[in-house]
Design a protein around this ligand. Structure first.
Ligand code: MN
Length: 219
């Protein structure tokens, strides 16, 4: 079994520095791998500094996955992670179509590129005993329950679910939906919204073994 510590939407800021430093120090002993599902800082992306934030993380030996994969050997288990942000587009009933003005079609194409990256990554790690998908946006409406339905289109896209249903990774983790729900599924694949606002803790730590996930639902 490997122990995974997952957190989305940490939204690090100066006032939260001490708490976050302590949480990262503590979790070192509790997990074999730490997975962060985006929104690491409060305003990095909105301030147009996403690339600088990524560079600082890389300098700290953090693997930043932008449509990429990483394979690591943990406790003699080959673990593959596909990481990509995912994007907007919505779910049946309110889905954006590949139609209309160029700006709208560009948005649709950006989600298509994310879906392609996800599919490519799942092929790349297909030999791994454990396969994890790490997204920011949600691939299912299950974990959006609790969010106003009017904004679901901007919280994720069910087109991201297609490669997940096809390649069946062991687990999918995402964030972004601060008021969403913890647990969902795409066919037999468990999906967890690990946004700290949802899990109610700095990190959600769970064990994963080949072909089994043991997750205790937060109360
Ligand atoms: Mn967020």
């Amino acid at each position: 079994m490997i122990r995974i510590a997952a957190a989305g939407d940490v939204h690090a800021s100066e006032p939260a520095r001490e708490r976050i430093v302590e949480a990262f120090a503590r979790v070192q002993d509790e997990a074999d791998i730490i997975l962060l599902a985006g929104d690491q800082t409060t305003t990095g992306e909105h301030a147009g500094k996403g690339e600088q934030v990524a560079e600082i993380l890389r300098e700290g030996n953090v693997n930043v996955l932008e449509g990429e994969t990483i394979v690591c050997d943990l406790n003699d288990i080959e673990v593959g992670v596909v990481g990509t942000k995912g994007f907007v587009g919505g779910f049946p009933g309110s889905a954006l179509a590949d139609f209309g003005e160029p700006a709208l079609r560009q948005l649709y194409a950006e989600t298509s590129a994310e879906v392609d990256a996800l599919a490519r990554g799942l092929v790349e790690i297909s030999f791994c005993a454990l396969r994890i998908v790490l997204l920011h946006y949600s691939p299912t409406a299950d974990t959006l329950l609790g969010e106003p339905e009017g904004i679901w289109t901007y919280l994720g896209c069910d087109r991201l679910a297609a490669p997940i249903a096809e390649y069946r990774p062991d687990v999918v983790l995402h964030g972004h939906a601060h008021a969403g729900s913890f647990e969902g599924a795409i066919g037999p694949v468990p999906v967890y919204n690990v946004a700290v606002h949802v899990t109610g803790r700095d990190f959600y730590v769970f064990e994963l073994g080949p072909h089994e996930v043991e997750v205790e639902t937060p109360v």
